[in-house]
Design a protein around this ligand. Sequence first.
Ligand code: ADP
Ligand code: MG
Length: 611
Amino acid sequence: MADIIKLLPDHVANQIAAGEVVQRPASVVKELLENAIDAGASKVKLIVKEGGKTLIQVVDDGIGMSETDARLSFERHATSKISTAEDLFNLNTKGFRGEALASIAAIAHVDLQTKPEQAEIGTHLKIEGSKVVSQEVAVTPKGTSISVKNLFFNIPARRNFLKSNQVELRHITDEFQRVALVHPSVAFQFYNNGSELFNLPNESFRQRVVHIFGNRMNERLVPVQEDTDVVKVSGFICKPEFAKKSRGEQFFFANGRFIKSPYLHHAVVAAFEGLIKSDTHPGYFINIEVAPASIDINIHPTKTEVKFDDENTLYAILRSAIKHGLGQFNVVPTLDFDHDGNLDTPYTYREKAAILPKVTVDSRFNPFETVVNKKQGVPYKKQDVTGWENLYTEVDDKNDSFSSVHFESELDAPEIFESEEETIESSQTTFQLQRKYIVTTIKSGMLFIDQNRAHRRILYERFLENEQVKEGISQQLLFPLELQFSTNEVEILKKLSKELSLLGFAVDFVNNEQVTITGIPNIMTESSIGTVLDDLLKGYEQEQTGHLVLPVLMAKTLCRSLSVKNGQLLQSDAQIALVNDLFGCKESKLDPFKKVIYITMGVEAIENKFM
Ligand code: ADP
Ligand code: MG
């Protein structure tokens, strides 16, 4: 094979938006995967270790490089993909800057083995911190294998800045999915620390989506298709009833690359208007194809924003394509490939009415002296509780990026009980206001308790307590539940398995897309399992900063899923129990998301109103 890499002339290089290419392991993964695609690979293998911090390897069966090209590929502005400034406006490749390999080699140990198809023998090159440390001939198959080891070995500050392995792996997985989704005809394998996360054959776009996000996605997809002179739109949207509280799966691809576009996102949301609740988000996987000359992707090396020539038209076409797709789906049932009806069963549980968590009353209980251990019903002194309160201080002091709930400015909740003897009156009456607040009296006035926040606090402490005493109280399911997940989700559940069992879950891992639940925490009802596990997975995935300890993360997610919601009617015994349980909590003023649980209205304030 002739040498094909050239150094870009300065005037061309200068028209390329510059910026830092490598920010984290995921950036390396993206660049290497895209190079493999540009090299025309039909099979690509990604291998990472420890969140990519110690190893990122990409092996492809693409065109490979000659010996000279192998050397040149690590030079800045060395590329085979463009040569003139005009080429910048007619890009058909992912890469064009000729910068990625140079940037990566500057901050890591790189090992390259490559061979073009026709060549007898290949090239093996080792580079550390931009310096070539060895170059040899090598017997190697057609294609290219690049290993990137010890990322940022020469910039300790950057290395320390990296997040936990789990968080970096999450970013890598995101990049992997973005590239794999838009190239379904390329087979991909992805290994992390020796275990296979994905094995994707050459397949259709629909199958690729289902393969990555799990079988249950199949029944949710509705095709979208529109061909015009300006743009070709294709792909899938998720049926309105599967819109999620969290953003979930939303993908735009323009000319084969993942992009972010708030404007086009708006077009999708507009098409769903009236079909989904305003606080939920539709899922979509949409490919947009436009003439290469009408899209500018040269904005920033790592930004996923692009500029389209005629955005308004695109917006209109996209919106109508989606409306059309939604309309069709109402009449024509969607075609399912190898659809296994059995697998849907667990999700029908979601349609069942929510069952009010059982709250029991303990009449002997005086919340202001002791805490009652719910399990044995034995009161014990507050001071005796040690250990798990550390978990809160941990949470309360830190910014909580996990929660999508926005914190109100931290109100300094006043002490409601100024003196010891000031308690909730013994002949206690409570009532529910707007199915949202529990109202009761204290000696000095009125107390308004937000039922949802109060219950979150109670459940949160109970979960942490279970976790601390290392015995989640479990109720066995009469009929074990089989649940389908994506490979990635099963992987996460495996990581959480210890905590899950401490909380009272009994989980059997059947294969890499299926688990069987044989027991659940006794606080929970069977009908909520699907939702709770989904919330848990979402919470875990969103926990990008990795500073929440697992039990806290799980307790937070579970208390949010399982708490009594606003709008739910509570009988008076449940109201009283809620009040008592709340004031039996270690912290009763703020819920786990730092929202104020109750407010008081003093007699004086009431009197003032009558002045
Ligand atoms: P760019 O992709 O922008 O051209 P890179 O630094 O990523 O810049 O790569 C430089 C050059 O090295 C590419 O233009 C290509 O010719 C060659 N190259 C990189 N990776 C591969 C690969 N996996 N297979 C074949 N050639 C490659
Ligand atoms: Mg590249």
